[in-house]
Design a protein around this ligand. Sequence first.
Ligand code: MN
Length: 217
Amino acid sequence: MNYLIATLLILPFMNHTTPGTAPFAPKELPYAYDALAPHISEETLRYHHDKHYTGYVAKLNELVAGTPQAGQTLEELVRTAEGPLYNNAAQMWNHEFYFDQLSPTPAPQPAGRLMQAIERTFGSVEELKKQMDKASVGLFGSGWTWLVADKRGELSLVATPNAGNPLREGLVPLLCVDVWEHAYYIDYRNRRAEAVAALWPLIDWKVVGARYDAACK
Ligand code: MN
């Protein structure tokens, strides 16, 4: 009897302990705050990770608490939520994806199947970079540009305004550029083209290649 009462008392809290669901915890950066300088400064990373990204996570937890979606994983929320709940879930997902692909010691070139797909679609890595830079500079306002794969493993570039995410279109994200001003304004002011170009020496093609290999399974 006592056991039954105890179980009933803790039941309302149990869905909060399911792994991968709310409340979500911000991920630590996989490198030191000053590790990406001079391309991205310590001050930018501290603001970007500790204020902006962490702010989206806090807001998401606030919005999802007590709703029917509270038991969903972050990816389920990104795929199905609407309005402010979607915006904050996608911004959490997008930022983790963005930070994870950067490294102070990146694999400097794509390899294997990803390299073959890039050459098939864009002709060369340099042309891919050129087209992605152009898409990033040309995106009006805030948003993200993405290298994505479709279900057949074919590559393309997508630009999404605000908290857009290609998972909504059934595409698999491989690489993203954050073109919100908060990502670069401290270091580059209004010079988005310079900020976007500065990202390439930090892109870990090993991470991008692993994402592609997973997408092609
Ligand atoms: Mn950002």
